[in-house]
Design a protein around this ligand. Sequence first.
Ligand code: PMT
Length: 399
Amino acid sequence: MSSIIENRQITVGVTGSIAAYKIVDVVSKLVQQGAVVDVAMTSAAVNFISPLTFQSITGREPYVDMWGVHGVKGEAHIELARRTELMLIAPATASTMASLAHGFADDFVTLTALATKAPLLISPAMDSQMWDHDATQINLNLLQERGAHFIGPEQGRLASGQIGTGRLAESQKIIATIKSCLGKLEGDLTGKTVMVTAGGTREAIDPVRYIGNRSSGKMGNALAEAARDRGADVVLITTVPETAPEAVEVVAVESASEMEVAVSDHLERSEVLIMAAAVADYRVDQASEQKIKREHAKNIDLKLVPNNDIIASIATDIVKVAFAAETEDLIDNAKKKLLDKNVNLIVANNVTGEMSGFGSDTNIITILDDRGQIEELPVLSKYSCAMEILDRISDRLGS
Ligand code: PMT
């Protein structure tokens, strides 16, 4: 499955901040994922990092000199601006933000930004005092009002040694936001909200122990990532928020009851619900408030009571997709769940093999729908499985 950024024309504008060296990693990852990356640099950026570094990674000559010919007949910045599909400006200094906000075009980066119709993604980096300054905040608002996207800055240790807001966003966050922006440009799920559940619920026995299951959250995460890459606004309700993909809205939950509340809270704004989470069918009736002590030779009886079936209890008219994790009679059990849970699609998932089910990076699924269709898929990465599932959802949304 090709990446959303494969063969896309991305221009990276690098400006004069010590964080400029970090953009080498971003550019390298974009190139590795198949993007065609041009780098434009301000003369201040060249003080921090050599154009040769970017040339070596991209195989393309960076644009630095405003007056240079750059091997094109017309004006280089216009030619670059025309073919750019997304322009990332990172690190963006306070001065570059000011130029962008007010339409100054006195270096190759701002010149291209002013000329392009492509979306602008700005990743600022500066000292927190400069970031907090009214002038910068007003420029930020102006740029956001005009539709520019921002990623960061983050809190942390700054070049000055102070702790504050001003650190460049992490590479993976910048790349995830690029994918989300490109997805929204032409993705088939643009304008749709897709809710995904991921991970295994935890039902408390006492403050220390819980009843859980083997779900890692990988399948749900892959669905969230794939929906994001196709332009959807994604709400990921998960028991493993620490592994959630970037550029999606994350709601952390633990138990099935918490998941039920979170799903209900986000239902009205969603067009699609995909329940990839392994939800406990039972919970402990009365979880102990204190840690249960071991008393030798004494059994403990836990009374379990049923949890609500989250997806089956949703009456709203949205596209509903459930998974059926099975160890036997895969298709028959999945057909039964399709009807019992009143869903549009059910993804039958054999959870006994090494290549599929819990914790693996691949999966083996069969997709059944409420029109009687059954499609068996080969071993695929979980991201590719997610794309297959989203293809069928997209058809139903008529997008
Ligand atoms: O997270 P990974 O390690 O990547 O593993 C992925 C997975 C195996 C967990 C995933 O692919 C999967 O199969 N998820 C469904 C697990 C499950 O709970 O299956 P089930 O057959 O017990 O439930 C059927 C459906 O009803 C599921 O969509 C479940 O989310 C939903 N359900 C279940 C119980 C309940 N109380 N409410 C529900 O909505």
